[in-house]
Design a protein around this ligand. Structure first.
Ligand code: AMP
Length: 508
């Protein structure tokens, strides 16, 4: 395996797109999208993919990863461009696999944008949608096929997708695909492909499982790591509040109000918890939408769209549904539930503070979350300090409006994604793994938390993200929560350093 970082320094990297000498139709599309400088993953991966090498890339979402693989693949495929209408002249040459429908849709849209001045065709197939329109598109012939594994297998079985001319495969968000239990599906799909091909694997982390996948399917890959995979942006203010389960919504209202936040993501650990929390918050006057794996594809796209347009204030979501979504300028992320996997913490808070913008990440920690917070400390190599929420006295007491169903109690429902008829998955599911993990953490001994310090900064972009359109509408919580005297809730102990209470060592 070659480590590109040892071969290329930032001095030698071509940073401007102009230096790449992309073909005119691609250069035009890139210019139209407003890209001038390459992001670090693009600067490193594009030349390597153009050379025809396999790549194992560690890049977090939002780093410009899609263009990093799509542009060089399109450039290489241009020699196959054909204006013929015959499907035979448009066989699938590049296959891009992703774990969720939303990601597949997002990546497919980006590829369409990059390829819009070429004659190369692309299509996306994912579960939860009628197979017929997808079949019609496939039968017409497409060079680039973006897919979730389950639905792709359905199309392969139905002989709608023929993959014997595939030259390029991208396994995007590979760690998440393994988490969800897609390994058997991936193995089957890869067995249909020609052995002579270029394979690109992108993953947030290089776990032993990812390394095994890479050694089975990649040939002498160039390893590219643009950022420490577990780094959290230094622009994100991370706060951890000690809050009882019954006080969490109250605390959410309070913090939104105090900070004058316009929009936020609220993460929960289960689909059922997600739906229930969204309903409760809506009842409490916050414009809220839910995004989780049980929603129909149409509902999920609508939910995202209304959040992007600023029509809703809160997007309550599960990790599977939200991974990698490119929504710019989310001012705050709330971890209503502490995530079961510390890596999900990094992904969740990566939704805010993007490209140098200031962001707030609030995590509500209840008594039984000690072990999980310890895991976050270990992963992010930072010390976490728990704080109390100071409530305004006249903030409506949410508890009187009915007890909230905490996500973890509902967890048995699971959080699978990419549902489809005739499920091929045979591997362990994320649901089972998480359920077991939760059962263990309930019994885990309490540990200490100490102060959070920001991790080192990784500059992803030279060009800042476009700000979201300014909304004239007053956020709904401004209307529901009145200013008043502040007091600490009876359930919340005053601010204190947990380390001082427990005096235990924090492993870093
Ligand atoms: P991705 O990580 O591929 O999902 O990209 C995240 C966002 O960054 C998308 O909105 C892209 O359009 C945008 N983007 C990608 N590359 C660049 C670039 N070189 N300059 C500015 N924005 C970019």
């Amino acid at each position: 395996m070659t480590d590109l970082n040892s071969e290329l320094t930032s001095d030698t990297l071509p940073m401007a797109f102009a230096q790449l000498q992309l073909a005119a139709p691609l250069a035009r599309a890139v210019a139209e999208m407003g890209y001038e400088s390459m992001t670090p993953i693009q600067a490193q991966a594009i030349p390597v993919v153009l050379q025809g090498r396999d790549v194992m890339g560690a890049a977090q979402t939002g780093t410009g990863k899609t263009a990093a693989f799509a542009l060089p693949l399109l450039q290489r495929m241009l020699r196959h461009e054909s204006s013929s209408t015959s499907p035979a002249r448009h066989p699938v040459r590049a296959l891009v696999l992703l774990p969720t429908r939303e990601l597949a849709d997002q990546v497919a849209q980006a590829i369409k944008d990059y390829a819009k001045y070429t004659q190369l065709r692309s299509a996306v197939v994912f579960g939860g949608m009628d197979m017929k329109p997808q079949t019609i598109e496939l039968k017409k012939g497409v060079e680039i096929l973006v897919a979730t594994p389950g639905r792709l297998l359905d199309h392969i079985e139905a002989k709608n997708a023929v993959l014997n001319q595939v030259e390029y495969v991208v396994l995007d968000e590979a760690d998440r695909m393994l988490d969800i239990g897609f390994l058997p599906d991936l193995q089957r799909i890869l067995s249909y492909l020609p052995k002579q091909r270029i394979t690109l694997l992108f993953s947030a982390t290089f776990s032993p499982e990812i390394k095994r996948l890479s050694s089975s399917y990649l040939q002498d890959p160039v390893t590219i790591e643009v950022a420490r995979s577990n780094a959290t942006a230094s622009t994100v203010e991370q706060r951890f509040y000690s809050v009882g389960d019954d006080d969490k919504r109250h605390a959410l209202h309070q913090i939104l109000k105090q900070r004058g936040m316009k929009q936020a993501f609220v993460f929960v650990n289960s689909k059922l918890g997600c739906a229930r929390l969204a309903r409760s918050l809506e009842r409490e006057g916050l414009k809220t939408t839910a995004l989780h794996g049980d929603k129909s594809q149409d509902e999920r796209l609508k939910a995202l769209d209304s959040f992007k347009k600023g029509e809703v204030d809160l997007l309550v979501c599960t990790d599977v549904a939200a991974r990698g979504l490119d929504i710019k300028d989310v001012p705050a992320v709330f971890n209503f539930d502490v995530p079961f996997n510390a890596e999900d913490y990094v992904h969740r808070i990566g939704r805010t503070g993007r490209a140098g913008a200031a962001g707030l990440a609030v995590t509500f920690v209840s008594k039984s979350d000690a072990r999980l917070v310890g895991e976050i400390e270990k992963l992010t190599k930072t010390k976490i300090e728990l704080e109390a929420v100071e409530f305004d006295e006249d903030v409506p007491d949410i508890r009187k409006q009915g007890r909230i169903n905490d996500g973890r109690r509902m967890y048995a429902e699971g959080a699978q994604d990419d549902s489809r008829p005739g499920n091929h998955r045979t591997g362990p599911t994320r649901d089972v793994a998480q359920e077991g993990q939760y059962a263990r953490q309930e019994r885990a001994p309490r540990r200490d938390f100490t102060r959070s310090t920001p991790a080192s900064r990784d500059p992803f972009f030279d060009k800042p993200y476009e700000p979201a359109p300014a909304s004239e509408v007053v956020p709904s919580w401004e209307a529901t929560v009145k200013q008043g005297t502040r007091s600490i809730s009876a359930n919340i102990k005053p601010k204190r350093r947990i380390a001082a209470l427990f005096k235990a060592e924090v492993t870093s």
